[in-house]
Ligand binder design. Sequence first.
Ligand code: NAD
Length: 435
Amino acid sequence: MKPDLLLPASPIVRPDKDRFLNEENPFEGMMSRFDRAAELLDLEPGIYKVLRHPEKQIITSVPVMLDSGEVEVFTGIRVLYNTSRGPAKGGIRFDLNVSLDEVTALAAWMTWKCAVVNIPFGGAKGGVICDPLKMSIGELERLTRRYTTSIIQTLGPDSDVPAPDVNTNERVMAWIMDTYSMRVGHTVTSVVTGKPVEMGGSLGRREATGRGCMLVTKEALAHLGMPMKGTSVVIQGFGNVGSVAAQLLQKEGCKIIGISDRTGGFLNAKGIDVDDAIAYVQEHRSLEGYKKGDAVTNEQLLTTQVDVLLPAALENVITTKNAAQIKAKVICEGANGPTTAAADAILDAKGIFVIPDILANAGGVTVSYFEWVQDRGGYFWTEKRVNESLQEIMERSFHAVLDLSKQHKVNMRTAAYMLAISRVATVHRLRGIYA
Ligand code: NAD
């Protein structure tokens, strides 16, 4: 039986269906994938319209007293894309490239990501346009506290729960938690995730995204009949996600033949000792000058002959310009949005098995959910319990997406969007529109 429509039926008008897609605009890329999945799901027009719009976008001016005594005014953004399934969940980034379009796309991705792994959160994202590398710790603390105060009306364990993202970390989360707690008059640990373990953070959260990447790569290789042992892997980005994924994949028998960071990449066909490379980065703050491999550019690294490519740095690195040259059999998207929508078709035509970002890097938000559960329950899990629960959710989600992709003869990305959108749409049908 067709469920009741939220809004009167009318033909779906897809505003940008026949328009040239701006490959660099993440919101357009996200929407073109959403549209394809919505069409295959035969989504009713009312729900289609609702899910195409963010619920709330806040743009706020954030005045900060600099160390010099001058006042600078920064722009802060928080977008709640959809909260039908639960509190909004999503990171806060401090970066010069933050824009409303980007934050909205990232908030929508968080909505689909939480739905793919079936955790009871909606999606959000936030950011402040600034260059944190040029700011002192004191300036960053004042910026964080003023930004938190500017968006305080959305924040709360039941409404909007931030986490770290690009250029923010557990210290920033501690400031947000403290600012919120001072405003409400008591300590509320569950208002943010990705906090220090000493103040309500979860064991296993730091490694969760890389661990999730390892787990879904393992499932993908088993599905394709490829062994873990000896499978070659190239990883772009050697930060939290990339270095942990490299370490865990190596432990499972894979050979890491290439790594990179913002300073460039290194290839070594015999295999890179990941622990040694991590120690090098800890000492030198980047891979620059690393001696145990041949130096390559990030562009060369992406097109290396390899079994698994794991982009774990930035958005829009696999585009129409280089997709045809990619030689990997499997791509595991550790980063958010590393592949442009226009490049999807090229990868499909080459028969590359892509584990899409909203599935591949969902380990982080899954353990953030465990952190929120632990804070609210006031009872903290062992690392073993965290890792086992994460494994169960990642494996179950991978197979749910794979089954749907086989059933509808679509790629893993479209299947992941279909699964996510159908879960969000079901809740909208059940809840209806409050008027
Ligand atoms: P990070 O800051 O710890 O590491 C980023 C890495 O990318 C660094 O090694 C940096 O040098 C490298 N990098 C930056 N610019 C680069 C460039 N132009 N070319 C090559 N490498 C470059 O960040 P992270 O937490 O590891 O996040 C990486 C990606 O994963 C981001 O897209 C992020 O949104 C996504 N992600 C992270 C998490 C998480 O839990 N940390 C969860 C989901 C998704």
